[in-house]
Design a protein around this ligand. Structure first.
Ligand SMILES: *Cc1c(COP(=O)(O)O)cnc(C)c1O
Length: 419
């Protein structure tokens, strides 16, 4: 890819296009690739083959990876079930618990801002197994109220599922308080931690959750591999959704994806060692991006809590700008509007709308996802490019006619005051 100078800079170079969509996926760390390669080549054995060294070698590598993943989240190796990713882990947790819950009526609690990989399994058990679903709303910061959760729990509640961190607005839910409230009433707790694990410290013991979904490709590991953490003590009853050879303690049959699992383990080990340093570095760059956007543009609003937030997430609405038009104009910057899964449709983000935002504000939202690979020069380039594109689009927009002074426009004013 060509090396082009960042605009206005004397000597700063960035490589275009710039990737700032790390909630969708992250680049495979070269050290992870190195760890995987032998298992795509000479060490091709089936980890379930017990009678020869090819199998032993694969099983040994899977054991080591299981330990690395467990260590990253404060679990034991025997509590890690490898899956094809967080989507499958969420399905196993939700459908598996509901299938094991014999009693009727049946009820589960989740949140309106969850990923579709949680919302859709909930909808299916509701439609097909008559399990009532309570979907908790969020406040203007994107947070649920643990008291509301407590009030929603009934004697029939089989599961509470609340995400650790949101994939669009980066908001981190108070999982420890949620888990405490649910478990006090004997209800198991699942958390979709795909966006949090490997990015911020997550300790399943401290959080008090029973089930947690993890994805390798959100933390510089390979795609198509993930895990479900299943607490051993007071283990939630779980029926598998994939039957077969009885792999993974009978919870997930199918020949193990050895190279993927080895890469997942390596990515977890790297995150364990490097997270403290990278969290601070990424948060500083994210704040720099926000300050630059705010100082150059009026009518910008942060979507989601400022403080209860992933360090690498920035989600901003730009008044009088259509998010899709902005993304199209940002031809050398990879960002997204809404989640990767929803960007194929025209519907404005349901997550941003859940904050109480208008459809217009949701439509005007852009998600920036930084990573440990993001550089200061990239942040400066992106801020400059976004600022210039937003100003140009506003010049073209009939809606923006009266908005050159933010104070003239009630909608913008409301945004500026955080209303
Ligand atoms: C990416 C993501 C998923 C899906 O993970 P896959 O491993 O790609 O299946 C689920 N939940 C959240 C919050 C995510 O960000």
């Amino acid at each position: 890819m060509p090396l082009l100078p960042a605009t206005g800079a004397d000597s700063i170079m960035v490589t275009l296009p710039i990737y700032m969509d790390s909630h969708a996926t992250t680049r495979l760390d070269p050290r992870v690739l190195d760890a995987m390669l032998p298992y795509l080549g000479e060490h091709f054995g089936n980890a379930s083959s017990r009678t020869h060294p090819f199998g032993w070698k694969a099983a040994e590598a899977v054991d080591a990876a299981r330990h690395q993943v467990a260590e990253l989240i404060g679990a034991r190796s025997s509590e890690i079930v490898f899956t094809s990713g967080a989507t499958e882990s969420n399905n196993l947790a939700i459908k598996g618990v509901i299938a094991a819950h014999d009693a009727r009526p049946c009820h589960l609690v989740t949140v309106v801002t969850e990923h579709h990989a949680v919302l859709d399994p909930c909808q299916r058990v509701e439609a097909e197994q008559g399990c009532a679903v309570t979907r908790l709303g969020v406040d203007s910061d994107g947070l649920i109220d643990p008291n509301e959760l407590t009030a929603a729990i009934t004697p029939h509640t089989a599961l509470v599922s609340v995400m650790a961190a949101n994939n669009e607005i980066g908001v981190r839910q108070p999982i420890a308080a949620i888990a405490e409230a649910a478990r006090a009433r004997g209800v198991p707790v699942h958390t979709d931690a795909a966006q949090a694990v490997g990015r911020v410290p997550i300790d399943v013991g401290a959080l008090g959750v029973d089930l947690a979904s993890v994805s390798a490709h959100k933390m510089h590991g390979p795609k198509g591999v993930g895990a479900l953490y299943v607490r051993r003590s007071r283990r939630a009853k779980l029926v598998p959704i994939i039957d077969g050879g009885g792999h993974e303690y009978g919870l997930r049959s199918g020949t193990l994806n050895v190279p993927g699992i080895v890469g997942f383990g390596k990515a977890a080990a790297l995150a364990s060692v490097e997270m403290d340093a990278t969290v601070r570095q990424i948060a500083r760059l994210r704040d720099r991006l926000w300050e630059q956007l705010r100082s150059r543009l009026h009518g910008v609003q942060l979507n989601g809590s400022r403080t209860h937030r992933l360090p690498h997430n920035l989600n901003v609405s730009f008044a009088h700008v259509d998010g899709q038009a902005l993304l199209t104009a940002l031809d050398d910057v990879a960002v997204s509007s809404g989640s990767a899964c929803a960007s194929a449709t025209d519907e404005p983000s349901y997550v941003v709308q859940a904050l109480g935002a208008t459809r217009e504000r949701a439509r005007a939202s852009v998600r920036f996802g930084l990573s440990r690979e993001t550089t200061e020069a990239e942040v400066d380039y992106v801020a400059d490019k976004v600022a210039r594109v937003v100003m140009r689009l506003r010049d073209l927009s009939p809606l923006a006619d009266e908005s050159t002074d933010a104070g003239c426009d009630p909608a913008v004013e409301e945004w500026l005051t955080g209303g």
